[in-house]
Write a protein that binds this ligand. Structure first.
Ligand code: NAI
Length: 478
């Protein structure tokens, strides 16, 4: 039986990054993947949605051309757009496989399962689709098996008319009408895409607002933006059940609300959260502890309660984000190699690709973490940025939160063109414990959207340069 220092189960952003980092750290590594490398992110999530997002933005520009232009007639071929999306996905997933090979990571295709111990090492079985099963042993195992769309029985997901985000990314034609259940991140990203391509979109959300985990002002901004685009939004609405319509000459699907109201559409997309892939890995048999939400409990090194078994990504605590998963993978790989590192999600940026896009890092107004702190909020509008006006992208704003005394940056959130890139800059300051004055003393190239960052930060102390109505907060250089 071949033996490795580390065996990684799952080849998504947590697994493949940890495998590469193990190899970089000089460890022998084997990675087991049952489908294609890249996981949800590359195959059915971040990347394919961004292809469609980018095409939808281009389409918006064609429909609403910039000043001085008129577009007289245009066409799009959605099938060709999906072909392009597939090409991008193949290029990137193939790239991951090449990277693994270049680093001499042993690749095994199949479903991995911890099958017990072989001395001090773990025995890992690989059940391949072609029946060519194998077994290896490893001193350490990293479980990085990710998540799948959550399904509930009464929603009768048939993957044809009642679909998840997986199928929504492979539709070859635009549905005439689309009901989206769940107005979280996935629901809102798809509402933006399909409404731009011409679907009549209706969203049904259980909670009182859409994007309820975002800043309240931003959630309202998107709600208004969606309504202006004729996206119908029902909040505080509970779904009793969904059924496919395949008889009496009807097609599509019907959603029944708890109130008895029935709504029909060509397709119903269910995006109500994700389910963790933790079963069948042999974890329970090995004694690995799960928390009450079914997530694998890990310590600051991403090691579980069983020495030598690590877990990373969606199946562990923290938000289900690709970059958080990769970060987890690096922490595990370093600790296995003896480079002691503790994880810290305090500065974790994230984005939602609506149009305009949303970006956030750290704390935002309304967060429990701010309740004990004295802070001030600076704000700057895209409409006051020369670059945003030149780009004809005046919509949006950035808010920066700073500690009132130390002026340390506690968080930032905003909406507007390329905002995720601005948030990335703020995340760097926060990582190094940066203050408003650190941002001020960093020279920002002109003209760029990045100038919005110092303006927003300085506004928290009343010193934004290009603001007619500055805050009156006193500068208190602690
Ligand atoms: P989510 O948790 O973001 O949103 C689900 C929404 O569905 C919530 O607003 C919830 O109140 C609602 N809901 C739940 N049950 C419902 C029901 N029965 N009827 C109506 N509404 C119901 O989950 P989502 O959108 O599926 O995304 C899953 C994860 O994927 C997120 O946690 C996110 O971290 C990640 N993701 C991140 C992206 C990004 O960073 N850009 C993009 C897409 C996903």
């Amino acid at each position: 039986m071949e033996k490795f220092d580390v065996c990684i189960i799952g080849g998504g952003p947590a697994g493949y990054v940890s495998a590469l980092k193990c190899a970089i750290n000089g460890l022998s590594a084997a990675i087991i993947e049952k489908e294609r490398f890249g996981g949800t992110c590359l195959n059915r999530g971040c990347i394919p949605t961004k292809v469609l997002y980018s095409k939808a933005k281009y389409l918006k520009r064609l429909k609403e051309p910039e000043r001085g232009f008129s577009v007289n007639g245009f066409n799009f071929n959605f099938d060709e757009i999906i072909n392009y999306k597939d090409e991008v996905v193949s290029a990137l997933t193939g790239g991951v496989e090449k990277l693994l090979k270049a680093r001499k990571v042993n690749i095994l295709y199949g479903a991995g399962k911890i099958a017990g111990k072989n001395g001090t090492a773990f025995r890992v079985e690989i059940n391949a689709k072609d029946g060519l099963n194998a077994e290896i042993s490893a001193d350490n195992v990293i479980a990085a098996t990710g998540s799948v769309p959550l399904m509930i029985p009464s929603f009768n997901i048939d993957h044809k008319n009642i679909i998840t985000s997986d199928e929504a990314l492979s539709l070859r034609t635009i549905p005439g009408s689309l009901i989206i259940i769940g107005a979280g991140v996935i629901g809102c990203e798809f509402a933006n895409i399909f409404s731009e391509f011409g679907s009549e979109v209706r969203m049904i959300e259980l909670l009182p607002s859409i994007l309820s985990t975002e800043d309240k002002e931003i959630s309202k901004f998107i709600q208004k933006n969606f309504k202006s685009r004729n996206i119908d939004i029902m909040t505080g609405a509970e779904v009793a059940g969904i059924k496919a319509l395949g008889s009496n000459g009807k097609t599509g699907a019907e959603v029944e609300l708890k109130t008895g109201e029935r709504l029909e559409a060509e397709k119903v997309l269910v995006s109500i959260g994700r389910k963790l892939n933790t079963s069948g890995l042999g974890l329970e048999e090995t004694g690995v502890k799960l928390d009450k939400r079914g997530k694998i409990e890990t310590d600051a090194h991403n090691e579980t309660n069983i020495k030598g078994i690590y877990a990373c990504g969606d199946i562990t605590d923290g938000p289900m984000l690709a970059h958080k998963a990769s970060y987890d993978g690096i922490i595990a790989a370093d600790n296995i190699a003896g480079i002691v590192k503790e994880k810290d999600y305090g500065v974790l940026p994230w984005s939602v690709y609506t149009n305009p896009a949303i970006g956030t890092v750290g704390l935002k107004e309304g967060d429990a973490g701010l309740s004990e702190l004295k802070y001030s909020v600076g704000r700057f509008s895209y409409a006051a940025s020369g670059m945003a006006l030149a780009m004809e992208e005046p919509e949006g704003f950035l808010k920066v939160i700073a500690d009132e005394k130390s002026k340390k940056i506690l968080g930032a959130t905003g909406i507007g063109a390329d905002i995720p890139e601005l948030i990335a800059e703020i995340a760097s300051y926060m990582h190094f414990g940066g203050t408003v004055f650190d941002i001020e003393s960093t020279i920002h190239s002109h003209p760029t959207l990045s100038e919005i960052v110092p303006e927003s930060a300085l506004d928290s102390i009343g010193e934004a340069i290009h603001k007619f109505n500055p805050r009156t907060a006193k500068k208190d250089k602690a």
